[in-house]
Design a protein around this ligand. Structure first.
Ligand code: BG6
Length: 530
């Protein structure tokens, strides 16, 4: 963290620019004690990205680093080192980063900020098993520590397939890059997928933890970097209004939906054989469930937050029998708006016999006093009707209605819907009198929308998470135990499906397979149609 005592004056200068974007000024954040960014500015350090030519780095990571620099949240001495097989010069890598920043950054492009960032951009050529290349990487980082002032603080971002984690961890260890000293830090940031089941996740954790202590491991779940996801905690624990209702006495069930309209063209290499449950339920949706269902943490610290999430995940399991409590599907060709799109098995690179599910739904229970008897329905799918992620708490109906039955036919169950994306906000649905002489009641919505209430733009999830990792702020990163518990919850469902051949088909542009609707109908409920 940024303190006067630790760093030389020039290191207090951070990337920033004038409000009108025209000229560069150096801001010393220590001057303004009311600046809320003050504790959020990273100290000296740098990042090495493995897998820098991949989609994620190009579309998200590199633009996020520039945006952080542009917002004045990175130190002037920041260095960014790419590692990969390409024979790139510094200039070629710089050009590549600049292109990705120009097309992906959310803040304006400013030459002054870019020039300063670009001075610290370097590339090292090598494979993940090349001793000599990792020795060159070590020499480069040491040189930057002296020339740039990165103070021997390095974060290694592994945006690579998990089967390469062991090689890279081994090499970082061998080249002396993993070990932190008394006054510096070394961290590893790991992208999902973190294994493909409990056994493989444990093995990966063992390998990573044999090189980096757990406190230096930052596992990315980018959903935790989203503003609306963090707002679940603010809503629950900063207000008095909701907590009395947040339990099995009032909540009938919870629906967590992550629907996407995109297909999987171009992602066969990663997705075929993985499927929707492993891709997003194991991580994003179970993290959402944990935040919705956990108890109040003793304090807002990583340890306390993680402890509460772990308790919920430990108490969570699929409802049995799985034949009735789960559903899966695979998209077939269909109309998505005005486009006719191919089915999964016609997508480039997918096995024409692929049994990979693109839709997954499951019913989970949480064995605790607060949630006993409240089903948590999770669903996710590709090529669905529209893109939406939301968490809906559907409340029990009032035990008695003193109105004529004919006057309440349009009254449903009360609901509170946290819209994670798009149209970020929170919606409350309740009954209201219809204007007129009769006592007719129907559902209305009360809607809080981020874009109407706040002028500040939400930072991109990766900006927040990269900055947190540089700041050693671990609250938004799942621990090894959370990852393993999530696999433990999901493994029985995936095993059950594995024995059952092809998933049911659903036409692109619809809301998934019929079996998913039946899954809720059996419980006398229905999915929301957001
Ligand atoms: C990723 C999944 O983790 O999240 C993708 O691998 C998915 O399959 C993506 O499309 C969705 O992220 P977002 O932020 O667009 O909801």
């Amino acid at each position: 963290m940024y303190t006067v005592s630790k760093f030389a004056k020039d290191q207090h200068q951070n990337f920033s620019g004038a409000e009108d974007g025209s000229e560069e000024v150096y801001v010393n954040p220590l001057r303004d004690t009311h600046d809320k960014r003050l504790p959020r500015i990273a100290g000296p350090g740098g990042m090495v990205i493995f897998g820098v030519t991949g989609d994620l780095a190009r579309k998200k990571l590199l633009p996020a680093i520039y945006d952080l620099a542009n917002r004045g949240l990175l130190p002037a001495s920041f260095a960014l080192v790419g590692y990969g097989r390409r024979e790139w010069s510094k200039q070629e890598f710089e050009d590549y980063v600049r292109k990705s920043v120009e097309s992906g950054a959310r803040t304006d492009f400013r030459e002054s900020v870019w020039n300063r960032l670009a001075e610290g951009i370097h590339f090292v050529t090598g494979t993940f098993v090349d001793d000599e290349a990792f020795d060159r990487l070590a020499a480069k980082l040491e040189e930057l520590d002296h020339s740039r002032g990165t103070a021997s603080n390095w974060a290694y971002y592994l945006s690579i397939p998990p089967d390469s984690f062991p090689d890279v961890c081994h090499q970082l260890d061998r080249a002396g890059l993993a070990q932190a000293g008394e006054d510096n830090w070394r961290r590893v940031i790991i992208e999902k997928p973190f294994g493909h089941d409990l056994v493989s996740a444990k093995e990966l954790n063992r390998i990573v933890n044999s090189v980096f202590p757990e406190k230096s491991v930052f596992r990315i779940d980018h959903y935790l970097g989203k503003e609306t996801v963090q707002n679940i905690l603010a809503m629950r624990f900063a207000n008095q209004l909701f907590d009395p209702l947040w339990n099995s006495h009032y909540v009938d069930h919870v629906q967590i939906t992550m629907a996407e309209d995109i297909g999987l063209g171009g992602r066969a290499g990663y997705y075929d054989g993985i499927g929707a449950a492993r891709d997003v339920i194991q991580n994003h949706l179970l993290q959402l469930l944990a935040l919705v269902a956990m108890e109040e943490p003793v304090a807002f610290t990583p340890e306390e937050l993680q402890a509460e999430k772990i308790k919920v995940l430990r108490a969570c399991e699929p409802v049995r029998p799985l034949s009735k409590s789960t559903a899966r599907g695979q998209y077939a060709a269909g109309w998505q708006g005005s486009n006719y799109v191919p089915g999964l098995r016609e997508e480039e690179g997918f096995d024409p016999e692929s049994t990979t599910e693109t839709y997954a739904a499951c019913t989970l229970q949480i064995n605790s006093r607060r949630w006993a008897g409240v089903p948590f329905y999770l669903r996710t799918g590709k090529r669905l009707g529209r893109r939406v992620t939301e968490i809906a708490l559907v409340f029990k109906s009032a035990p008695h209605l003193p109105f004529a039955e004919t006057m309440t036919t349009a009254l449903g169950q009360n609901a509170m819907v946290i819209r994670v994306q798009p149209d970020e906000g929170v919606l409350m649905r309740f009954g209201s009198k219809v204007p007129g002489s009769a006592m007719e009641v129907r559902d209305v919505n009360m809607d809080f929308s981020y874009s109407e209430v706040f002028t500040e733009q939400s930072p991109e999830a990766y900006e927040r998470l990269i900055l947190d990792a540089l700041l050693d702020e671990a609250s938004l990163f799942p621990t090894n135990e959370e990852v393993e518990l999530s696999w433990k919850i999901l493994d029985p469902v995936i095993d059950y499906w594995a024995k059952r051949g092809l998933p049911e088909e659903y036409a692109a542009g619809t809301w998934g397979p019929a079996s998913a609707d039946q899954m809720l109908e059996r419980d006398g409920r229905a999915w929301r149609r957001p």
